[in-house]
Design a protein around this ligand. Structure first.
Ligand code: APR
Length: 173
């Protein structure tokens, strides 16, 4: 199945999993993280809090992923990942961002999920230039989809401006 681009509020998508662009503490925040926690309800925060800390205050290091139920969301599960903060592009950002996509897909496959939607990880508060993030994300996803062709992967952009950038990366002229 090819990747599809959707312009939507990710909290409305009734898929097996939606991905959350979280921070290492996994206790909520602004942007898509805040929207997901609001829509899922307080049980999501409790489930995140119950995830073990790997170091003080860190439940999910950058580039990794953790899964919880979706609670009040139409999606069955939330896969939380932590994208890199953009520091200009020479601090391993692309490698870390690629790892986020691969880690989320890895969890989806491990748990026999069939559909997953990603927001534009790191493209908000974390400042990653969206055109560069899209290129990294699409390359990482194409790689995995080469061996897991049945997975329904949706790239969820919140607005038309972001969708136009991701569309160009999906279908370069
Ligand atoms: N549905 C889909 N996409 C959304 C939604 C939504 N409801 N809300 C925001 N977005 C988009 C933003 O427009 C942006 O393109 O998600 C993208 C990622 O932006 P952020 O949510 O700011 O995520 P990120 O850049 O990875 O920063 C993570 O933000 O609030 C926090 O706790 C989070 O500290 C972490 C940081």
């Amino acid at each position: 199945m090819p990747m599809t681009l959707v312009t939507a509020d990710i909290t409305r998508l009734a898929l097996d999993a939606i991905v959350n662009a979280a921070n290492p503490g996994l206790l909520g925040g602004g942007g898509v993280d805040g929207a997901i926690h609001r829509a899922a309800g307080p049980a999501l925060l409790a489930a995140c809090r119950a995830l073990p800390e790997v170091s003080p205050g860190v439940r999910c290091p950058t580039g990794e992923a953790r899964m919880t139920p979706g609670f009040g969301l139409p999606a069955r599960f939330v896969i939380h990942t932590v994208g890199p903060v953009w520091h200009g592009g020479h601090a391993g950002e692309a490698e870390l961002l690629g790892r986020c996509y691969r880690a989320c897909i890895g969890l989806a496959i491990e748990n026999k999920l069939h559909s997953i939607a990603f927001p534009a990880i790191s493209c908000g508060v974390y400042g990653y230039p969206p055109d560069q993030a899209a290129t990294v994300a699409i390359a990482a996803l194409r790689d995995v989809l080469a061996t897991h062709a049945k997975l329904d992967v949706q790239l969820c952009c919140f607005d038309d401006r972001m969708a136009a950038i991701w569309r160009r990366a999906l279908n370069p002229a």
